[in-house]
Ligand binder design. Structure first.
Ligand code: UDP
Ligand code: MN
Length: 575
């Protein structure tokens, strides 16, 4: 058998062979790293261009349409339909009678900045899987989402619409839907979970199964707007570590009127407060001025969660969503912090607009999914996210705002920590200084709580609580019910008495739930442990219960009056 050997060859050919191999090796390394660079960031590629004519992806010769709800006009039902309409709204949070009468192909108003029509985008944009996860979504609403994507996306880019059924049990979503999508000749693909997974896991599954280079997530009650896709893809084409977000318009849940949530000239971006409620705020000048044109994308610390685009391999490289997050909530923060801290970025894209129906309430229950955790699911999700991504200093702000969260079992996060080390991710401090620097202006760092818990009366066996969470709402005395968030009060070292994200204020009319003053963490209250009085320092009066009506108000302080005594009772649940 011939052995591979250099024997019998001259010294020269031996050296030449070694040199050749070396060159080959260098070439392989060079092209590999080039390829990798191109894969995850390549600024040399074509940038979008603002041109004089209509942009290269703009639709031409759009036929006008007429009919119910066309052009995004509100569709008002007849009087005799009102009962059914009300019933569907109570059941699904959406007026289904109205939706059913509107064409799945209806036209909607172009809500973009006028400038958006004049952008040329690279022709070889990456292919896309639009992933729509749904659970018991209504027929016409789901299909209008699908049709709008088909109608308003370039054919050569839209690889597929991947429907992920999260174990729906409604009849219309079974074989009837399989048959319906046949008309799309394979462009619409349907996969079904064999048990309810919740939207977070359903999305991760969709990402794994998708065939496009970029995945775009949509809720199952959306309508995409004119030429929405190319502007969303252009930043990802330039750099595969950018997550892009369309601007979300509002589709009214009663009338299906389509309209922008904000005037198109003001740009907003996603931030958060310390209880991890998602907020939007005007984009700081520092970000706006980086761009040449007002219709260009801008950076944002976070996003609302439902609607965004990301390079599929990048999403999977980042481990998709933390598999320990259950059902709904916090995943938008998890992904945002992960992307930013681990070297990527988030851009909101003004020229890409998508309408979303904001339902009146969440129409599904979480069923068995909830049994996997003890305690409030969303807060547990938040805890996992902040324990993974926040630095210690910032974790304290979360626990100050959400004291119960300290006692929640969030499960194991070691996989997340490993991932953070593997990608050498930056600190939260870095993120706050460089990306989310506007958060503390709106939501300053929180002083610690002096007292927190139920605020129990010394006179009657009742607690102070809110009747709703939307100010102006009265604060009342009510049956104590442990850890209900409408009774969990916090008094911080600067005198702010808070409940949830709101504050408690008082005037001559009574005690009220108020919006906390933006950018302020101080307040008028002080608590005296010895006398159990809750003093309003500005008015120099005490929180008091009316002896007969049990109404709350401020009264001249009286040391001996039990109706002015209050006790903070911390809740330490053992779930
Ligand atoms: N969804 C799901 N499984 C669930 C809950 C929701 O697949 O257990 C779907 C839902 O049908 C929708 C998307 O996830 O298409 C986002 O949910 P939702 O619209 O309720 O979230 P919101 O818009 O209120 O944040
Ligand atoms: Mn939704």
């Amino acid at each position: 058998m011939a052995r591979f050997s250099f024997s019998g060859k001259t010294k020269f050919t031996r050296i030449a062979a070694v040199c050749l191999m070396l060159i080959l090796l260098l070439y392989i390394i060079a092209t590999w790293s080039e390829d990798k660079k191109r894969h995850f960031s390549d600024s040399a590629r074509n940038e979008p261009q603002l041109v004089n004519d209509l942009g290269n992806f703009e639709p031409r010769n759009v036929k006008p349409r007429e009919g119910p709800g066309e052009n995004g006009k509100p569709h008002i039902l007849r009087q005799d339909q009102q009962n059914d309409a009300d019933q569907s709204e109570t059941e699904y949070g959406i007026n289904i009678v109205c939706s059913d009468e509107i064409s799945v192909d209806r036209a909607i108003p172009d809500t973009r900045l006028p400038e958006c029509k004049y952008w040329d985008y690279p022709k070889d944009l990456p292919t896309v899987s639009v992933i729509i996860v749904y659970y018991n979504e209504r027929w016409s609403v789901l299909l209008r989402t699908v049709h709008s994507v088909i109608n308003r996306s370039p054919k050569h880019i839209l690889k597929e619409i991947l429907l992920v059924d999260d174990f729906s049990d409604k009849e219309h979503l079974q074989s009837y839907l399989d048959n319906y999508i046949e008309r799309f000749h394979g462009v619409v693909r349907l996969i079904r979970n064999t048990q309810r997974e919740g939207l977070i896991r359903a999305k991760s599954r969709g990402a794994k199964e998708a065939k496009g280079e970029v995945i775009v997530f949509l809720d199952a009650h959306c309508e995409v707007n004119t030429n929405w896709l190319p502007p969303l893809l252009a930043p990802i084409y330039r750099d595969h570590t950018v997550l892009t977000v369309p601007i979300i318009d509002r589709i009214n849940h009663k009338t299906f009127e389509y309209r922008p949530a904000n005037p198109p000239h003001t740009h907003y971006r996603g931030i958060f407060e310390w209880g991890m409620l998602y907020k939007e705020t005007e984009v700081p000048q520092r970000e706006l001025s980086i761009r040449k044109h007002n219709s260009e994308p801008y950076k944002s610390p976070t996003h609302a969660g439902g609607l965004f685009a990301i390079y599929r391999k990048y999403f999977l490289m980042l481990g998709a969503y933390d598999t320990g997050l259950l059902v709904w909530g916090g995943e938008n923060f998890e992904l945002s912090f992960k992307v930013w801290q681990c070297g990527g970025s988030i851009e909101w894209v003004p020229c890409s607009r998508v309408g979303h129906v904001y339902r009146r309430f969440v129409p599904y229950n979480v069923g068995k999914l909830a049994q996997k955790r003890k305690g409030p699911l969303v807060t547990i999700n938040y805890k996992r996210v902040i324990e993974t991504w926040f630095d210690d200093k910032y974790k304290e702000y979360f626990y100050t705002r959400e004291p119960l969260a300290r006692f929640l079992d969030m499960g194991d996060i070691s996989e997340q920590e490993t991932l953070k080390k593997r990608w050498n991710c930056k600190s939260f401090e870095w993120f706050m200084q460089n990306v989310a620097y506007d958060v503390v202006k709106k939501f300053p760092e929180l002083p610690p709580n002096l007292h927190w818990g139920e605020l129990r009366s010394g006179a009657v066996s009742k607690c102070i609580g809110t009747l709703g969470f939307a100010p102006p709402s009265l604060i009342t005395i009510q049956h104590c019910h442990g850890f209900g968030s409408n009774q969990l009060m916090r008094l911080n070292t600067k005198g702010q008495l808070g409940v949830g994200e709101r504050c408690i204020e008082a005037d001559s009319q009574g005690i009220r739930l108020a919006f906390c003053k933006l950018g302020r963490v101080d307040g008028p209250w002080s608590y005296d442990v010895n006398s159990s009085k809750l003093l309003h320092r500005l008015r120099n009066k005490c929180m008091a219960l009316h002896t007969q009506t049990l109404d709350l108000s401020l009264m001249p302080c009286d040391i001996n009056n039990t109706y002015q005594q209050w006790y903070f009772k911390e809740i330490h649940p053992k779930w």
